[in-house]
Design a protein around this ligand. Structure first.
Ligand code: ADE
Length: 226
């Protein structure tokens, strides 16, 4: 899979994408992530990527020309399955969305900034708009990092223990069961006996039961989607 991220703040993408599972997935050749500085696609000395909005509102708007040039250059090189724009008014991101994006070959993520992009970008160049939640971030970079992380970690081979991504919270519209590690007792707080029993059938039943109990208590809305 290949993910191209277009941003005015490329430095902001380095750390979230440079560690742990994502770094390993890149090193294993499971995913290629390319970050493009939108300013490299400007044609003026000041490398201008934004301008005042028509109509006189406050704030700045991302200009269409650099975005068009960058997306067009990438599209000349390969086919893209989705061209995503990160925005608080996009479709709400969730695990199902991450699952389907992880099956694609090539995607572009355009990070929104300022008051957003010239609306013609959304009308003519973007195929999907994603919000990571009902709150406003300073820019779309953190949203792009969240989306990229959630996609990459479920690409087969990205996580050492293959089964581990399948038991993630939300994969089944269920919260994950509690997990514990050594010591079996700390401060008098004990790990449930069943997990120490070695009886894998019992352990699996316990995990299923506690997953359902936690979901009923904390996220009953998820059970309706099952
Ligand atoms: N840009 C600013 N806020 C955002 C959000 N909640 N989701 C995606 N992109 C954003």
């Amino acid at each position: 899979m290949r993910i191209d991220i277009i941003t005015v703040l490329p430095e902001l993408m380095e750390s979230p994408l440079g560690h742990s599972i994502i770094k390993r997935a890149c090193n294993k050749g499971l995913v290629e992530i390319h970050v493009h500085n939108l300013r490299d696609y400007t044609d003026d000395n000041r490398r201008t990527v934004d301008d005042y909005p028509f109509g006189g509102e406050a704030g700045m708007v991302m200009k269409i020309e650099p975005i068009w040039r960058c997306i067009n250059k990438l599209k000349e090189e390969r086919h893209y399955d989705e061209i995503i724009y990160t925005s608080p008014d996009g479709e709400q991101f969730n695990q199902q969305c991450a699952n389907s994006l992880s099956l694609l070959e090539n995607i572009i993520i355009l990070c929104g900034h300022y008051k957003g992009v010239d609306y013609r970008v959304r009308e003519h160049l973007i195929t999907k708009e994603i919000s990571i939640g009902d709150y406003v971030l300073s820019g779309g970079e953190l949203a792009a990092a969240v989306i990229t992380d959630s996609i990459v970690r479920i690409i087969p081979g990205a996580i050492g223990d293959e089964s581990s991504a399948l038991t993630d919270t939300f994969q089944d519209n269920l919260l994950a069961p509690p997990v514990y590690t050594r010591p079996a007792e700390f401060n008098g707080w004990k790990v449930p006996d069943v997990l120490l029993s070695g009886n894998f059938k019992e352990i699996s039943l316990w995990q299923e039961r506690t997953a359902i109990e936690r979901t009923e208590r904390l996220r009953p809305d998820l059970l309706k989607k099952r």
